[in-house]
Design a binder for this molecule. Structure first.
Ligand code: ZN
Length: 329
């Protein structure tokens, strides 16, 4: 499942095509209509957290009101509504977290609306790509079946969108959710791989009175952080996933943020050096010290429950007299 480092790699893969025109299209997406990309110019690509943004502009010479393949420009005020929708993606249960994160300085004031000053104004020219659990981008080759399906067929995955460019190369998008937006609404201060990542804001979010493993996966607080980074950072910091942030010392929270950034950065570097990402606890039976690892699904009540691996010895629970301890023995 693509986390921040993987999406940054996808961004890197799409960059060489910037400045080129789409000459042929394909793909199974019904929502987007791949044919509508025909003749558009791929003008820019940006990565924010786990999202990839691709900007497409029509060919100015062929553009006319009747054959403009892009949706009508947004009305004033639409952008604000859009930002509001984004905040609701994790469900009403996480509203509390949302408020906390906004308080810690990542409010609307610090978000950046990129591309808003371009001649295109509010037109929806940014394709927003989310990768969910299994999304991917392929360059100049198609994904092939790795195994037969239940009926024994070796059927290759079908890309949602294929864009062939004037250079002769192509991009194929698999299992992505894609939609048009007027501009990438981003908060680089919460992006764990951004130079603008704000430690103080991250520390404040983690210090809430809720399990740290919930806060880490909240994309409004830790954009780009996924389940692998969550498990690895918690293990390396020696913190139990269900520890309430409010009970951890400032030093422990600092160490946790350090581990998040260190592991993510190292993973990203490894991707460019062809190095395998080595996990110590994620999907392991034993921790590096040889202790038995535990595995359970954790998530906010009513929210997405994510499998979590932890070592009861290396990551003791705080406070130690919680009911779960009784179950353990
Ligand atoms: Zn251990």
């Amino acid at each position: 499942m693509p986390e921040g480092p993987s999406v940054r790699k996808f961004h890197h893969l799409t960059s060489p095509f910037v400045g080129q025109q789409v000459v042929k299209t394909g793909g199974s997406s019904k929502k987007l209509n791949p044919a509508s990309f025909q003749s558009l110019w791929f003008q820019d690509t940006q990565v924010h957290g786990k999202k990839l943004f691709l900007r497409f502009d029509p060919d100015e010479e062929t553009k006319s009101p009747s054959n403009n393949p892009l949706p009508e420009p947004l009305q004033k005020g639409e952008r604000k509504k859009e930002a509001g929708d984004l905040k609701q993606t994790s469900g009403p249960e996480s509203q509390n977290i949302s408020d906390q994160c906004s308080q810690s300085g990542s409010g609307d004031n610090s978000s950046e609306c990129l591309g808003g000053d371009s001649p295109a104004g509010g037109a929806q020219r940014w394709l927003q790509v989310s990768f969910g659990l299994f999304g991917s981008v392929w360059v100049n080759e198609f994904s092939r079946a790795k195994k037969a399906n239940k009926r024994g067929d070796w059927r290759d995955p079908i890309p949602r969108l294929v864009l062939h460019f004037s250079s002769g190369g192509f991009l194929a998008f698999y299992n992505c959710q894609m939609s048009w937006s007027s501009s990438p609404v981003v908060q680089p201060t919460s992006d764990i791989l951004s130079e603008k990542f704000h430690r103080g804001q991250a520390l404040e979010a983690l210090g809430q009175e809720q399990p740290v493993c919930y806060t880490l996966l909240d994309q409004r607080c830790f954009s780009g952080l996924g389940n692998i980074i969550k498990n690895e950072a918690l293990y390396r910091a020696g913190i139990h996933p269900l520890s309430l942030g409010s009970l951890l010392s400032p030093r422990q929270l600092e160490v946790l943020v350090d581990q998040v950034v260190e592991f993510s950065t190292d993973w990203l570097q490894g991707k460019f050096q062809g190095r395998q990402n080595h996990t110590q606890i994620y999907q392991k039976e034993q921790c590096p010290t040889g202790h038995q690892v535990r595995r359970e699904a954790f998530g906010p009540p009513g929210g997405f429950q994510r499998l979590t691996w932890w070592c009861p010895q290396c990551q003791p629970r705080l406070p130690p007299d919680e009911p779960e301890q009784a179950q353990l023995s």
